[in-house]
Each structure stands twice: as structure tokens, then as C-alpha cells.
Design a protein around this ligand. Structure first.
Ligand code: NI
Length: 162
């Protein structure tokens, strides 16, 4: 169990595409646990491996009052609809923005034991899935701003970060 150091914009690792995990072994399991520690310490609802300096396709999500979600090699298989929603990111501290996201998302991935699963999500979970899978492709929420370049400064107490 360890809190890892977060990577912040403009760290180039945030713009790199992460590579697939070949085998979900103990090393990957430790990284997943450390990612949860890091995300919880930072007060986020999601974290991708790029954000802790590992170019591996792993993301964790933990939305209040929902079970924690581990995604290894996740892929969005379907996006339905479009909505505008406010979003932030632990790697872009101090700012949020209004972004375009899907209304509903379907994702397939491996879990922490390497077992394939599929999930259909709406609301905050759908948003978090799109956000974290974007990270694994080097994409940040600032790439989806409804008004390009328009970021909203937020006070630390109000921050809602993915
Ligand atoms: Ni993020």
C-alpha cells in the first residue's frame, strides 16, 4: 500500500498512449492497490496509470456509495447520446471545464483478477469511464471543452475531480 506521486500537466506522460497489460499478475495487483491509495488520498473519483507515471492500460474508479471499479485494458464499445457536463482532473489541479460527454457508455475490460467483464453506465460513472479511458489514450478533459480554452478556476474546497 502506497501513495504514488501524481503527474500534472504538462508532463508528457499524460499525452502518451498506454500499452495493454499482458498479464494481471501480482505486480499489477500492487499497482492497482497503490492507485486506489493515491486516488483516495487526492480526493478523486478516478485515476489512470499514466497519472502515476505508468504507461499501462489500467484505471480505477470509485464513485461515492458505489463499489470500487478496476479496469484493465478497458475499451469503450458503445457511446449513446451527448451531454454537456462539468469536469476536472487530478492532473489539472485548480480548474474545471464544461465538456461534451456521452449520456450512456458501454465498456469492456478485465477486472483485478484478469477476468473479462462488461459494464453499461450512465451519469457520473459513464463520465468517469470516458475520462479514465481517455487518459490511457493520452487524451485529457481539456480536449473536450465545449468552448475550447475555457477553463473555470475552482477553489480547493469545491473541487470535484476525476
Ligand atoms: Ni483525470
Amino acid at each position: 500500500m502506497a501513495v504514488l506521486s501524481l503527474k500534472y500537466l504538462p508532463d508528457p506522460i499524460l499525452r502518451k498512449k498506454a500499452r495493454p497489460v499482458a498479464k494481471v499478475d501480482q505486480v499489477i495487483g500492487t499497482l492497482i492497490n497503490d492507485m486506489f491509495d493515491t486516488m483516495r488520498e487526492a480526493g478523486g473519483v478516478g485515476l489512470a496509470a499514466n497519472q502515476v507515471g505508468e504507461l499501462l492500460r489500467i484505471a480505477v474508479i470509485e464513485i461515492p456509495e458505489e463499489p470500487p471499479l478496476v479496469l484493465v485494458n478497458p475499451e469503450v464499445t458503445r457511446r449513446v447520446g451527448r451531454r454537456e457536463v462539468e469536469e476536472g482532473c487530478l492532473s489539472v489541479p485548480g480548474y474545471s471545464g464544461i465538456v461534451n460527454r456521452s449520456i450512456k457508455t458501454k465498456v469492456k475490460a478485465l477486472d483485478a483478477d484478469g477476468v473479462p467483464f462488461r459494464i453499461t453506465a450512465e451519469g457520473l460513472l459513464s463520465q468517469a469511464l470516458e475520462h479514465e479511458i481517455d487518459h490511457l489514450n493520452g487524451v485529457l478533459f481539456i480536449d473536450h471543452l465545449v468552448e475550447p480554452g475555457e477553463l473555470i478556476p475552482v477553489s480547493a474546497s469545491e473541487e470535484m475531480e476525476d
